[in-house]
Design a protein around this ligand. Sequence first.
Ligand code: MN
Length: 321
Amino acid sequence: MSHITEVFADEIIKKMHYFYADQLIEPAPNGAIFRAKTDDATITAYRSKKVLFQGRNPEKEARIWQGFDASSSAPTEPNSDPTSQRPNLSSNTSVNKGMTVVQGTHIGSDESGTGDYFGPVTACAVFVHAEQIDMLRSIGIQDSKAIKDDTIKTLAGQLVDMKIPFASVVLRNEKYNTLQRSGWSQGKIKAMLHHTVLEKVREQTKVENGIVPIVIDQFCVPKVYASYLRSEGLSIPDDTHFMTKAETHSIAVAAASVIARLRFVEEMDKLSEELGQTLIKGASQKVDKQIAAIIREYGVGKLDAVAKVHFANTKKAEKWL
Ligand code: MN
């Protein structure tokens, strides 16, 4: 086992954080921004801007980032090193072309609820014509994280009124927990939900539009996304582009984030009504206390129907019982 330590610019460390989003080891050690593990190395990025690569082949992992231009918008294929194990997707899937794609007619997808202990995971894909982009921006469509939940309903209503083609899906907690226990990572669950809604929208819009490029808000390395699909006998459609923070660049992804959030909020309202208490979003310590209250009232079995039980919160709730 060998190691390499190198200092990187904040920008690069941010890109690394996104790049390894699906391979993070949590919690990160003291003083670290994140720690991630790949087949080749464990990567630890410290607030001091030092990044430590250690493991079987740290050189290979470090090489991805050495000499990487911080202004480049392509975190997934930072160099063309043929020995790198990074995404080697076909030429019609890319990250670089994404910036041009978002200016024209395209489909975008996003998900919601993955960071919330209670409630489902939802996903949505939206088809946007080039001519609609300005109008959608003007009504305030943007990343749902920047919009209050009350406003989400109004905005999503406007999208429906405008007859923007979209498809959405809600993965309820029982099903989520079953898949998780059968060995699906959250990354695979997300990939399958994105794929499902993207295919639905493609189906709805294909006659008039032929092949329309797809932009996916990137939550894992494209190669990993492809491997999730492959494990279910599926593949990434042609002309698919992965972008980090896609909701800021693509109005279709932003609109998808709004509808996915709406569906999540609606489901949370329903579950809250059933339980007779307003479920807390997120995964904070407040959530731990609420879990204890639910266990006391309904028994621990109830969690399967309302929560993502593999989250650490389930264990943490024990001390509040
Ligand atoms: Mn997203």
